[in-house]
Design a protein around this ligand. Sequence first.
Ligand SMILES: NC(=O)c1ccc[n+]([C@@H]2O[C@H](COP(=O)([O-])OP(=O)(O)OC[C@H]3O[C@@H](n4cnc5c(N)ncnc54)[C@H](O)[C@@H]3O)[C@@H](O)[C@H]2O)c1
Length: 461
Amino acid sequence: MNKDQFIKKIVCIGAGYVGGPTMAVIANKCPDYKVTVVDISRKRIEAWNSSQLPIYEPGLRDRVEKARGKNLFFSTDIDAEIAAADIIFVSVNTPIKTFGEGAGKAVDLQFIEQTAQRIKKNSSSPKIVIEKSTLPVRSADTLDTILHSGKNSVRFEILSNPEFMAEGTAIRDMEEPDRVLIGSHETPSGHAARDELVKIYSRWVPEQKIITTNLWSSELSKLVANAFLAQRISSINSISALCEATEADVTEVARAVGCDSRIGKKFLNAGIGFGGSCFRKDILNLVYLCEYYKLDDIAQFWQAVILINDNQMDRFVSRILKTMFRTLVDKKIAVFGFAFKPDTGDTRNAPAIYICKRLLEEKAHLSITDPHALPNAKKDLDGIDEGVKYIEDPYEAVKGAHALVLLTEWSEYCGLDFQKIYDNMKKPAFIFDGRNHLNHRKLFEIGFNVYPVGKPSLTHI
Ligand SMILES: NC(=O)c1ccc[n+]([C@@H]2O[C@H](COP(=O)([O-])OP(=O)(O)OC[C@H]3O[C@@H](n4cnc5c(N)ncnc54)[C@H](O)[C@@H]3O)[C@@H](O)[C@H]2O)c1
């Protein structure tokens, strides 16, 4: 399509885990829209324009290659792209503040404010500005105020369109979403802007799955969705501790409980706790908002979800220490998996970071293996990784190890030759399966001492 024939120009500010994949999907589904993703990071944009995309996500490369150069573009020319845009998605990062008021809880909105200022400065035609980033409820007020301040008479309509995709299944989640949520001002211009966005999604999403609400419900729903998901993980993990104390099996309990259709089966796998860039941050933000509105008991309820998650990682390390005769000094531990979940190279807030740090404090030597996350693991452990080796081949990683500690449930780990692994390990050989991912009975029969989460251990000692 000739570039002048595009019916609308979309710009996405922020070429990260959300901006890149969402825009690749929109570009594929809407070949008559010009989609440009911009970022302040030249390195990231160069990677999006190369064959080595900056993030790993199944199906992403194919979507990018199909549309790139046709109606999908990656650029650092932020000002020019803003000026030309009809619709702007804001998908910049919204981390937790590490300084000043609200440190450790409130969202650091500096990137959002910088983006809003830049949109205002470079706009001379009306635009729809869409919050794709996860933001505290009522952030659209802030955006409205910044965009409409001063002399500029350009009209901006703000929408909230939070992203519910999960890393590892991002493309599928975007192409076949459970729902698309669009919040708008309840005004004629708000509804008109909302309809523009509905028009885009309805190219591939059934209309009954496109939910429209007011702005504040939409902003809050994203935080609540993540809080509920994380709460389920903490709920089952809290029960895993009780299972370990009583010889109940958490998988059996989860199955029995999840069969109740009011509860459901999903997100009831016990493990070492949740990670990723969102759950912790979004719950902390929810806690901060509750405290801000003087709802202290509600803040405490959600804070407990994080507390249980932290305890779960501590319990896991304590169990390793206790089992391995209360000392890890100079013992070699092979760490299988560093990403916060399979099918991604993302390690942000991965339990592996905390667990590896604790193991290193006990003076263990670590050999870490992961199919996609080793570059990030190196960055995460930079400065404390004297006793760490990063090894791609799991068989190499485990040679001479006293224990294998599984932290990410990569499917390829199930297909490994565990007899070969056992033969190459020191004896007694321990496996701590932090994701209940492996065939424990088979491992036990090979000779391993097996320690799952929330289940009786299978040991020869
Ligand atoms: N990663 C997820 O799974 C996920 C899922 C749903 C929602 N979200 C939310 O989406 C938002 C983005 O998350 P992400 O994981 O893509 O973050 P990310 O860190 O991967 O990407 C953000 C990008 O924004 C860029 N950026 C920051 N300030 C900028 C500016 N002023 N101008 C241009 N670019 C700028 C950064 O350079 C970075 O490349 C966050 O609010 C997050 O909470 C993330």
